[in-house]
Design a protein around this ligand. Structure first.
Ligand code: SER
Length: 326
């Protein structure tokens, strides 16, 4: 892994992963791929090359691979679950036709490919508690349908053509840099913005709804580590369960209130997101990732909440009111 193309570099994962790859792998080049309308800005723009890289335009991607002698593609272009329910055909186009473009280029040009899967690849008939690595995957959302197909197609290109495809099933990802947008797990990010700004939070997910979540630094480390793992130890490829924490809304709000007691929440459940959340696992079993490539997480709920609040306060120039009183 030396010369890397990140497709979707201005999105929630891409904006941070591109910077991490540039920092952690300084010997090569990491190209920030973007679509017009979501151009990279600031450090993302100045710290390395950027190219228009629309996943549905195979020629555009192939040209970038040739120009920079790319050996690894992080294919992060996707519509998240709730948006994909509103725009299923667009989700299919980006997630499936886009993936096929990438895999064909990878086959021809010997490029390794990471395309994330998700807790969304599971469905109502999946065991929800300690969801095993290999289990029933019959999702009921378009997002989930594309994620299962992504896993299968990526494995197919590995077994049939030897394309080095690998990936993980991300839980809901929590970060303070780039907001997600259109996901079912987004509430667990948005509540922090409301809490820090002193605004009431309207929660679209019902109390008692457990989902796997992960703090972004752990997710980024997983994305790097899986691509650097020794292939001889990988019994699975697409995709590995990875887990860090599982909570329901009230547990998250209680953890935030320990630091910001004034947090106000009102529930206004969104039936689309709630149905998706109910169909997903409560917590995944990630033993295979831990055994096959040494996955481990660093942040639990309290570490994550501390870090989110600290960084969002810095981002918005807000002092800690409890500290000012001391
Ligand atoms: N965070 C994603 C979503 O909610 C799941 O992978 O759509």
């Amino acid at each position: 892994m030396k010369n890397i193309l990140v497709i979707g570099s201005t999105g929630q994962i891409g904006s941070e992963l591109t910077m991490k790859l540039r920092h952690d792998l300084p010997g090569g080049v990491t190209v920030a791929g973007y679509i017009p309308g979501s151009e990279p800005k600031g450090k993302l723009l100045t710290s390395g090359p950027a190219e228009v890289a629309n996943v549905t335009n195979a020629q555009q991607i192939a040209d970038i691979v040739d120009k920079y002698d790319i050996d690894t593609i992080y294919n992060l272009a996707a519509l998240l679950s709730a948006t994909a329910e509103r725009r299923p055909l667009l989700a299919w186009d980006i997630q499936m036709n886009g993936l096929l473009n990438i895999l064909e280029i990878a086959r021809e040009k010997h490029v390794a490919v990471f395309t994330p899967s998700s807790i969304g690849s599971f469905g109502p008939s999946t065991p929800h508690d300690n969801t095993p690595q290999d289990t029933i995957q019959r999702p009921t959302s378009m997002y989930g349908v594309t994620k299962v197909a992504t896993e299968l197609l990526s494995d197919y290109y590995y077994t049939k053509y030897g394309v080095d495809t690998r990936s993980v099933r991300f839980p809901g990802l929590i970060s303070y840099t780039t907001p997600p947008g259109g996901g079912t797990t987004d509430y667990a990010v948005e509540v922090f913005y409301a809490a820090v700004k002193g605004e009431e939070f309207i929660c679209p997910i019902a109390p008692g709804t457990y989902m796997d979540m992960m703090y972004m630094p752990d997710a980024l480390q997983a994305a790097v580590d899986i691509m650097r793992a020794r292939p001889q130890y990988l019994k699975h490829r697409n995709s590995f369960n990875i887990a860090a924490m599982s909570f329901e809304p009230e547990e998250l709000f209680a953890a935030i209130r320990k630091r910001i007691p004034s947090l106000k929440v009102r529930y206004q459940v969104d039936p689309v997101r709630q149905a998706i959340a109910d169909s997903w696992p409560d917590r995944m079993d990630d033993i295979c990732a831990r055994k096959e490539w040494g996955w481990s997480h660093s942040y639990d709920l309290d570490d994550m909440v501390d870090d989110m609040i600290r960084n969002l306060r810095i981002k918005f120039g807000i002092e800690d009111p409890l500290k000012i009183k001391d």
